[in-house]
Write a protein that binds this ligand. Sequence first.
Ligand code: ZN
Length: 277
Amino acid sequence: MRLPIRAATCLALIAAVCAPTTPAWSVAAAPEAGAGTTKATEKKPAEQATTKKKKKARPVDCAKVKCIALTFDDGPGKRVGTLLDTLKKHNAKATFFLEGQYVKARPELAKRIAKEGHQLGNHSYRHPDFTKIDEERIRSEIVETQRLVHKLTGKYPTTLRPPYGLYNDKVQQIATELGLPIILWNTTSHDWASRNQDAIYREVLKGARRDSVVLMHDWVDATVDVMPRLLTALKKRGFHVVTVDSLLRGRKLKPGEVWPADATISPEDTPLVQPND
Ligand SMILES: [Zn+2]
């Protein structure tokens, strides 16, 4: 069915709602460079050297080194602060597929995720199965979350992970309209099912390959608790833990494109309920 007027309206809305705000992070970085000139002159040489050293940190080049992307769904979970502390300590970046209702409930945690340089993805507002709801609702689930995340963080999520990883032609079409590639996973942790640190540790290391995209959930206590040990083990195996964007090495996914190509979605991968309240 062709609906040119409606499609045009949608595209206009989409452009307003979903266009990536490229200046968001550059604006955030600007004050540091120019701010406090008086104070800057008071800095001791040692302090200046440290600052310079920090700014030199180069982005990881996944073409040259072995990378892996840890992705956390359904958050922000209550304990995401602890997870963020761990990621920072291990110099790791992750991708968070945020759920609108929890962004609304925990705005400060959503802001912190964005501020600390992790990638933001859209995981719907209330986590319905997109293959079982109508187009208008799919659209509003995505757009509502885009708007909310942008309002809080100044950034629009740049990718979509449909709840349960489930999608069909209709979902793909809407993702295309909204300018969002669909990101799935090719390595699981089954964290939501085992809720057990050792099991999560084993499962992730068993599946970890170069460029793996690992599915995890930041509302699972055992996931948050095992992370220091898991990050240490990944490092020992030569992995750099990076965002999904870093794994892509500058390649820009097309709107509606499903990635990674070897995604393996099974009903056992994701929880049927969302105990994130
Ligand atoms: Zn989910």
